[in-house]
Ligand binder design. Structure first.
Ligand SMILES: [Zn+2]
Length: 121
């Protein structure tokens, strides 16, 4: 991967990271306000609050994981092993990286591991 492509991915990942951090902040704010709402249960539907809270917690969990993945991808860029498959050590296709820059497996390894997972269940 040449320097120019690396820079391109760095920019892409940083943009995604920034957007996610903003989103995560918003989710945290909403969680906070849903906690405050709980202080007045007679005025509101507790089941709805609980459902919203679970929804927000799931989003927060997903956001955190994705933030971590992006940070790891940025580290791989620094260490010059970005775009290398963790499974077979081969290069991950540009097309796949552009669609999902945080990926650590090439399409062949990914398909294989998914097939294995399915056969376990
Ligand atoms: Zn692979």
């Amino acid at each position: 991967m040449n320097k120019k492509t690396q820079e391109e991915f760095k920019k892409l990942l940083n943009t995604q990271l920034e957007a996610l951090l903003k989103e995560a902040e918003q989710t945290a704010g909403e969680l906070q306000s849903s906690q405050e709402k709980e202080a007045v249960p007679d005025e509101t539907d507790l089941a709805t609050i609980e459902r919203d809270r679970n929804f927000l917690l799931r989003i927060r969990d997903r956001e955190r994981k994705l933030i971590q993945k992006i940070q790891e991808a940025l580290k791989r860029l620094e260490k010059n092993n970005f775009g290398i498959c963790e499974g077979c050590g081969g290069p991950i296709s540009m097309e796949r990286l552009r669609a999902r820059p945080v990926t650590t497996y090439c399409i062949e390894c990914k398909t294989e591991s998914e097939a294995k997972e399915k056969s376990l269940h």
